[in-house]
Structure formats: C-alpha cells, structure tokens
Design a protein around this ligand. Structure first.
Ligand code: HEC
Length: 207
C-alpha cells in the first residue's frame, strides 16, 4: 500500500511559500540572462540604451581653443605679436636667459647674438642679416613677436616650442637686455639677476 503524504506538496501556507520562491528564482535567473530576456519586449534591459558604441560615429574633435592637460595653447606669429611678457621686473632672470640663449640660439645667432654661429656658413645656414639680433629690425619687434619666433620658428629658423613657455619669455628678456646694451651676450661678466628699472624698461620697449 502506497503511503499517502500527510500533506500535499504544494498547498497550504508552506507550499505557497515554496511556489513563490520558485517563481522569484526563475525570474531572477531569467533577468541575469540578459541575452535572452532582451528579446522579451516587456523587459527593458541595458542592451537598449542611447550610448554610442565603439566606431559607431567618428571621434569628436576637441572644441576650438581646447588645450590638453600638460600642454599649452598655440599662437600663430601674428597672434603672439599681441602678447606681452608675463614676467614682471622681479621675474626676469638674465642668467637663465643667457644660459638658454647660449644653449639653443648661439649655434646660429652666435654667442654674441650678432650671427655667424658655428652652423652658419657655406653649405650650412646661410649667413643672412636677420641672424643679427642686435639689428634695428630685430629690436623693432614686440616682445610677443620674438616669443612667437622662438615658439613657431620662421623661414629657416626651426621652432623652439620644446623650451617651456616661461623660459621662452626669459629668452625674450635676455634678447631685449642685449639689444638695449644692458648686457653683452657671451661675456662672462653678465649680472646673474635683473638689472632693475633699466631692464624692465627694455622689456616691452617696442610697440
Ligand atoms: C638653426 C638656426 C637657428 C637657431 C638655433 C635659432 N635661430 Fe633665430 N633665426 C634663424 C634664422 C635663419 C633666422 C632668419 C629667419 C627669417 O629671415 O625668416 C632667424 C631669425 C630670428 C629672429 C628674427 C630676426 C629678424 O631680424 O627678423 C629672432 C628674434 C630670432 N631668430 C631669435 C632666436 C632665438 C631667441 C633663438 C633661440 C631660442 C633662435 N633664434 C635660434 C636661425 C636660427
């Protein structure tokens, strides 16, 4: 004789609980399986979303004037012409200017800034008058223009953008100082600091 279950499997309070757990488990299992559930229109899954997939659209270009972190904004020579030196009289460091001038500029412009550096001559950089930075023409430029020249280069002169922007302003201050006759480039006796009012007048003296 078969033994009767004292209670039917799914009935009564505990049976209903079991059934509820089963349904919840089924739904949970179904929801976890996004691949299938997304085909059931009733359910909204994250498969359908307004995001843009890789390669779905051409990469956005940065907005005009955006500057990458750790980078600096670019100026054309004409734009740079309107800039003025951010170095106040206190901020000018002629020794730093001289050091950078002798490192980066003297090969072409000469240790004295009058041209005829070691790479100037036949089959090298042609010996042109614009290599003389003491000339009236070079003296007539604005500080910003000279900074822009160092930044962008011009003609046969390459860009020296790799020199940090602030150091390029120190170079401008140094060029101004020797154009004003306050220092002699290449001389061992140049002052290690600013030369006060005369120098701050020299920087920004043109335009
Ligand atoms: C590889 C050689 C070379 C180096 C290095 C060089 N320059 Fe020049 N520079 C030139 C040439 C060539 C010209 C003339 C360009 C032209 O006529 O368009 C020039 C022109 C200039 C002028 C404009 C002069 C004028 O009368 O128009 C300035 C200012 C100047 N250089 C500053 C610098 C400074 C500052 C440095 C150092 C950061 C430097 N240059 C490094 C080759 C060089």
């Amino acid at each position: 004789m078969r033994r009767r279950l004292s209670r039917p499997l799914v009935s009564g309070p505990s049976g209903r609980r079991l059934a509820t757990i089963a349904v919840v488990a089924l739904v949970a299992a179904g929801a976890a399986c996004d691949d299938q559930i997304k085909y059931v229109p009733t359910f909204s899954t994250m498969t359908e979303q307004p995001s843009i997939e890789a390669y779905e659209r051409a990469a956005l270009t940065p907005p005009a004037g955006a500057v990458a972190l750790g980078s600096e904004r670019t100026y054309t020579l004409q734009e740079a012409d309107t800039l003025s030196s951010p170095l106040g009289p206190e901020g000018i460091d002629l020794a730093l200017g001289e050091e950078n001038f002798q490192t980066f500029c003297s090969v072409c412009h000469g240790t004295d800034g009058r041209g005829r550096g070691p790479v100037v001559g036949p089959n090298r950089i042609p010996d042109i008058p614009t290599l003389n930075l003491h000339s009236d023409q070079a003296s007539s430029y604005s500080d910003g223009y000279i900074w822009g020249m160092i930044t962008n280069g011009r003609g046969l002169m390459p860009s020296y953008r790799r020199i940090p922007a602030a150091v390029r302003w120190q170079l401008v201050a140094f060029v101004r100082a020797f154009q004003a006759g306050l220092v002699e480039p290449g001389a061992e006796t140049n002052p290690a600091g600013g030369t006060g009012d005369a120098l701050s007048n020299a920087v920004g003296s043109t335009k």
